[in-house]
Design a protein around this ligand. Structure first.
Ligand SMILES: *Cc1c(COP(=O)(O)O)cnc(C)c1O
Length: 358
């Protein structure tokens, strides 16, 4: 039986990954030096592909980290001296806020439950506004226009965006974003173990000013070190070369498919699932009641009764869905709808859900 992964991350691999992995092994990619020209080419191909595919401005820098969680910590270290503001719509946004608290910052938590919560007042002393564009724990999305509006209304603050479970689906105007970060095991359909951080000149300047004022903003993955090495198409440490290589290859494949087709596919599959859920209100419902805040890429459903038996029955059909996050573990299921997924996957899931629910 075919096993289909709808888990939120790691999730289904992008279909071309296994071919690229075989090729990488044949070409000895895991053995090449991270200070040599072969790696320089890999670094440059992957960063160029990211720049093209996500329309990242030339002036923004692209760095590699170990994870998205690391991104939160590096951003707090390098961009906040005293005060940050965090729009909290779930567990990952809360983690970003807690990171700032852990570093002793005056980190203000602004909970988001409705559209009307998306334009908080931002005092002049707020250095950074942090948002989680797609909150994977709750399936709540912050509409892209709201993120853009936040930066336009508060140009004095750096805008940091966690794009982990929505990129490359959600269009983001990177000219309005100072720090964006994601890991590759969600929307890019790759094995976990690589983070990407995209930062503006203003974020770099802030890190430099903080270093001057405080002496240190961390060391090996400070923005200054990352920048110094990226200028040579390198990373400060021995990186996950294979993961950087695979990301470049998958980006090239996604470019072939085209971002428009990828977005259209995600929306069509989300609509298929949405119709099914709406037809069975006694069994399933969306955790996010407001469709404007409802994620297309990580769909969180409330299950009447416990979600465990449903998950087990789906598993017996070869359909692996995610459990609810944290306190919702036994009440929700979470369904990933990433570029790697197909109409056929969604049809199989809906058929499986009908079989076990009805
Ligand atoms: C998964 C996830 C993270 C954490 O990613 P790691 O790769 O585990 O560090 C952060 N933010 C969001 C929104 C996520 O979905």
């Amino acid at each position: 039986m075919n096993t289909r992964f709808f888990t939120i991350g790691p999730s289904k691999l992008f279909p071309t990954v296994s071919g690229h992995m075989s090729r990488a092994l044949k070409d000895n990619i895991p053995s090449v030096s991270h200070r040599g020209s072969e790696f320089h080419n890999i670094f440059s191909q992957t960063t160029s592909a990211l720049r093209r595919f996500l329309s990242i401005p030339d002036a923004h820098r692209i760095f590699f980290l170990s994870s998205a969680t690391e991104g939160m910590e590096r951003i707090v270290q390098n961009c906040v001296e005293k005060k940050s503001l965090h729009l909290v719509n779930g567990a990952f946004a809360k983690k970003f806020w807690q990171t700032s608290v852990a570093y002793g910052k005056d980190a203000i938590r602004h909970d988001v439950a409705a559209i009307s919560d998306l334009s908080p007042s931002v005092s002049e002393d707020i250095e950074m506004i942090a948002i989680t564009q797609n909150e994977t724990s709750t399936g709540m999305v912050i509409p892209t226009e709201a993120s853009h509006a936040l930066k336009r209304a508060n140009p004095h603050a750096l805008l940091a965006v966690d794009t982990v479970s929505t990129t490359p689906y959600a269009p983001l105007d990177y000219s309005l974003v100072d720090c964006a970060f994601f890991s590759v095991q969600k929307g890019f359909g790759l094995p976990a173990g690589l983070g990407v951080l995209i930062i503006s000149d203003s974020a770099l300047a802030k890190a430099a000013a903080l270093t001057d004022a405080k002496g240190s903003v961390g060391w090996y993955h400070s923005f200054a070190e990352l920048k110094k090495y990226a200028a040579k198409n390198e990373t400060p440490e021995t990186p996950n070369v294979l993961a950087i290589y695979l990301l470049g290859k998958v980006l090239a494949d996604m470019e072939q498919v085209g971002i428009r087709a990828i977005r259209k596919g995600i929306e069509e599959r989300a609509d298929m699932l949405s119709r099914f859920v709406d037809e069975h209100p006694e069994r399933l419902s969306f955790f996010q009641k407001d469709p404007a805040l409802r994620s297309q890429t990580t769909i969180v459903l409330e299950v009447a009764g416990s979600s465990r038996p449903l998950m087990d029955k789906l598993r017996a059909h070869g359909l692996i869905v995610g459990a609810g996050y944290g306190e919702y573990k036994d009440h929700h299921i979470r369904i990933a709808n990433f570029p790697a997924h197909t109409t056929e996957d969604m049809t199989a899931l809906i058929t499986g859900l009908s079989d076990v629910l009805l």
